[in-house]
Design a protein around this ligand. Structure first.
Ligand SMILES: Nc1ncnc2c1ncn2[C@@H]1O[C@H](COP(=O)(O)OP(=O)(O)OP(=O)(O)O)[C@@H](O)[C@H]1O
Ligand SMILES: [Mg+2]
Length: 203
């Protein structure tokens, strides 16, 4: 394996507001997520530099922290609904997070809930799977700071068939991590977001 993975010039397979997602050039089972706008630029204000540094660092730590906690609880209802985190990796676009690539039954990148419901309603079977996924989310102690329809993906699992996964949004986004300290706040955020997403996918 190369010391630094070269991603510049490669076509991303997906992207979000914070990160760009590439297929791992040396392992098609993995994706690499890199942050946009994290590299220090000469013209940035002091505030912007501090803000970028804080969001960059806290972004990685939040997700990895919650993932470690999930792995330490093999009874968690969310086990099996979160793609594997493989590790941190050096890329020419900065530090990347290598994760398991979720796919459909043909091996293509899995669709997120937004893409899935853009042109059609969910079938009854998928609606039931989504409800099961939401139930697992609420039951789990895992902190979720960003539950939105682009962070939920429908992917194929060899033994279990199609099911929903949370690909992003682990950990508390607020400066004082109240969801981490308070179960009521943690649960009520999830329930509120589930209601909003539920209404949205029903059109
Ligand atoms: N493990 C994965 N397997 C398949 N697709 C994925 C995976 N992780 C992310 N994706 C796809 O890539 C998109 C962007 O990834 P991600 O949500 O991690 O980026 P982000 O910039 O952190 O998101 P946000 O806009 O919520 O801040 C997701 O909406 C999803 O469609
Ligand atoms: Mg996202």
């Amino acid at each position: 394996m190369n010391d630094i993975i070269v991603l510049s010039g490669k076509e991303p397979v997906a992207s979000g507001k914070k990160r760009i997602v590439f297929e791992h050039p040396e392992n098609t089972d993995y994706l690499i997520k890199v942050y946009r706008n994290h590299i220090k630029q000469a013209k940035q204000s002091l505030y912007q530099r501090h803000y970028n540094r804080y969001t960059y660092l806290s972004g990685f730590l939040r997700e990895i922290r919650e993932y470690i906690l999930l792995k330490s609880d093999n009874q968690s209802p969310l086990t099996g609904h979160i793609p594997k985190i493989i590790g941190l990796i050096d890329t020419d676009l900065g530090l990347g997070l290598t994760v398991q690539k979720l796919v459909n039954n043909k091996g293509d990148l899995a669709v997120n809930l937004r893409e899935l419901t853009r042109s059609q309603c969910l079938s009854q079977e998928l609606q039931k799977k989504l409800d099961d996924f939401f139930y697992a989310l609420v039951q789990s102690n895992i902190v979720i700071g960003d539950l939105n329809i682009r962070n939920i993906v429908l992917a194929y699992h060899d033994k279990e068939g199609y099911k929903f996964y949370l690909v992003d949004g682990l950990g508390d986004k607020t400066f004082i991590p109240m969801k981490r300290y308070c179960k009521t706040i943690r649960k009520s955020y999830k329930s509120k977001r589930i209601k909003i997403i539920g209404r949205r996918v029903k059109g």
